[in-house]
Design a protein around this ligand. Structure first.
Ligand code: OFO
Length: 169
């Protein structure tokens, strides 16, 4: 059986991961509108990763005898001023998710669920990687955001990102 407080914290995080998928899908729609197909592809891969993160926790709660309670997903933003503004929002969002995973780990610690702490370790490492990846795109955008040619080159690079289903835990 899963501790009740921890179960609630996991359910909140499942919601946050589904919200992340929704947010990146909204960014995908933005890039479709402004016809940056590589950026759109990057968002598509990102949203698939978020779905995998949500389902990883979803399955884990069941595996531990807990109850998954899905919650309403908040409406994400739909408009941004530029690709740079999008990636600034992505970094801010990922930093928020990192703090949420840390808080979830604190609950697992508090109720002395070592197995959950060890499971969540994967998510923490994933956040470090995600923040670094987003930070790199952001750095490039900050250098080139006024140059259409460079934006085009970056779009080509982002078009090469592919989704690889993560092995969680
Ligand atoms: Fe689920 O890693 Fe981003 O938010």
């Amino acid at each position: 059986m899963m501790n009740e407080k921890l179960e609630k914290a996991f359910n909140d995080q499942i919601n946050a991961e589904f919200y992340s998928e929704y947010l990146y899908l909204s960014m995908y729609a933005y890039f479709e509108r402004i016809n940056l197909q590589g950026f759109k592809n990057w968002m598509d891969v990102q949203r698939q990763e978020e779905r995998a993160h949500a389902m990883g926790m979803f399955n884990y709660v069941h595996e531990r005898g807990g109850k998954v309670k899905l919650q309403a997903i908040e409406q994400p933003d739909t408009e941004w001023d530029s690709p740079l503004a999008v990636f600034e929002a992505v970094l801010k969002h990922e930093q928020l998710v990192t703090s949420k995973i840390n808080a979830l780990m604190d609950v697992a610690d508090e109720v002395k669920d070592r197995a959950a702490v060890s499971f969540l370790d994967w998510y923490l490492k994933e956040q470090v990687e995600e923040e670094a990846n987003v930070g790199n795109v952001l750095k490039t955008l900050k250098m080139i955001c006024n140059d259409a040619n460079c934006l085009y080159m970056l779009d080509k690079e982002l078009a090469t990102r592919t989704f690889v289903a993560p092995v969680i835990g």
